[in-house]
Design a protein around this ligand. Structure first.
Ligand SMILES: Cc1cc2nc3c(=O)[nH]c(=O)nc-3n(C[C@H](O)[C@H](O)[C@H](O)COP(=O)(O)OP(=O)(O)OC[C@H]3O[C@@H](n4cnc5c(N)ncnc54)[C@H](O)[C@@H]3O)c2cc1C
Length: 402
């Protein structure tokens, strides 16, 4: 067993660290306060190969392994959650789903431009009345000849007001919709440019303020049959499949946020004095720092294991879910303690820890809430849940898997 990152991974880590530290870190406070999504980061991320990082080279990607995707997610969220969210929805939830489930035509028309960063993509399952309960969605796609007509509303969609293409889930069998039978759901590629599509930005959000979170409505959007992903009725499976990759990026990202909390707290604990000594000398402050370190190391090992399984083409829903659940809950603990260590200064925007605290909470909610992940892990233990292979799986990495 080798716990070292490969030379390529270290180079990637270094290049993202340098870029994000130089281009984003100095501006992130202002972007966050202005609630401003900076589109300028997208071409920069594309030029670093990040928008197609684990997409095969033949489809316009960088062809790096899944550990590289985790390394990138951790480094990006170390600077700001909004950067990692781009990786989660564009690469994790959308591009890698097309790698596994897309037709050759879909790969050429959508995956290639997305992996090259010429188009930005997202994932749209959630609706105003259904989040955890994905079978509760109301969007329908009615087949009419060589097209499907989609009607419905999607809510809380990352980059909903920015992305060009969306992986959209809708009921195509209305009888099964009534029975909540998920085999009546299908997945579609929907372009923002399609007639009947309109979107907006959610303005009242209080975290990930430098990121765009939006909603969109589809009023009789005509989607060509060629944009059906998988077969009719496979949408729910595809939605769950995509989460295996999205959750992986969220796990690695939350690990980066724990590291950011740890580093900021260690620095402050050595600067700030109370009762005549650095606050780091007080045992209760040490306890918080030590907890951050153990959470960081454990979270990192969990996402690395999930990435290793992906590299080897092995099923990893259980391990990825555990990594996501653990890292996000631990990031909330780390961010809360980071604010605590900073005292009143942590309660202001003068220091970054308040932003970490606001940003971390989203990940405890999206891509399976804390409660949904608890239930999943218990169900695996109890034998109520097992993972069966789906018709299309994420391909093992073709290089020498580390
Ligand atoms: C910043 C942000 C970005 C997002 N981006 C996207 C995106 O890009 N695409 C997308 O499709 N969605 C996105 N979402 C939506 C997200 O996936 C949902 O918010 C999430 O699935 C939870 O759904 P909900 O908000 O409807 O909460 P609900 O499902 O209504 O849950 C409310 C509470 O009830 C609990 N609960 C629900 N069911 C159970 C149960 N069976 N047992 C125990 N407790 C339960 C939940 O854990 C939670 O605490 C995003 C959300 C946020 C906050």
């Amino acid at each position: 067993m080798n716990f070292d990152l490969s030379h390529d991974h270290e180079l990637l880590e270094q290049s993202i660290r340098e870029w994000a530290g130089r281009e984003v870190a100095p501006r992130i406070h202002d972007l966050d306060r202005a609630h401003q999504f900076d589109r300028g980061v997208l071409p920069q991320m594309a030029s670093l190969g990040l928008l197609g990082i684990s997409v095969p080279v033949e489809y316009g990607g960088a062809g790096m392994d899944y550990i590289a995707l985790g390394v990138a997610s951790e480094e990006l969220e170390y600077v700001d959650t909004s950067l990692r969210v781009i990786m989660s929805v564009h690469v994790g939830l959308n591009c890698l789903t097309l790698v596994a489930w897309g037709t050759e035509d879909q790969k050429q028309r959508y995956l290639v431009p997305q992996a090259q960063g010429r188009k930005i993509a997202s994932y749209a399952l959630t609706e105003p009345s259904a989040g955890s309960d994905a079978r509760g969605i109301q969007t329908v796609g009615i087949r009419q000849g060589d097209r499907y007509v989609l009607t419905g509303e999607k809510m809380w969609i990352s980059m909903g007001d920015v992305a060009d293409n969306f992986l959209v889930f809708a009921w195509t069998d209305l009888e099964k919709k009534k029975q909540r039978d998920p085999s009546g759901m299908s997945a579609f590629i929907v372009e923002r440019a399609f007639k009947g599509f309109s979107s907006g930005t959610l303005k009242e959000k209080w975290g990930i303020l430098a990121g765009n979170t939006g909603f969109f409505t589809m009023e009789g959007v005509e989607v060509p049959r060629e944009n059906l992903v998988g077969r009719e009725g496979e949408g729910f499976k595809i939605a769950m499949f995509a989460l295996d990759q999205g959750r992986y990026t969220v796990a690695a990202g939350a690990t980066g946020l724990i590291r950011a909390c740890r580093d900021a707290s260690v620095k402050y604990a050595k600067e700030r004095k109370a009762f005549g000594v650095e606050i780091g000398s007080h045992q209760l402050v040490k306890e918080m720092l030590a907890q951050m370190e153990s959470d960081y190391q454990a979270a990192r090992l969990l996402w690395l294991r999930a990435g290793w399984l992906k590299n080897h083409g092995r099923r990893n829903t259980r391990e990825t879910g555990l990594a996501k659940w653990f890292a996000t809950v631990a990031s909330e603990r780390a961010a809360g303690d980071a604010v605590q260590i900073h005292g009143a200064n942590g309660y202001s925007d003068e220091y970054p820890v308040g932003r970490y605290y606001r940003n971390c909470k989203g990940a405890v909610i999206y891509e399976g809430t804390r409660e949904i992940h608890k239930i999943m892990q218990a169900d695996y233990l109890l034998g109520y849940r097992t993972d069966r292979p789906t018709r299309c799986e994420l391909p093992a990495w073709e290089g020498t898997a580390s």
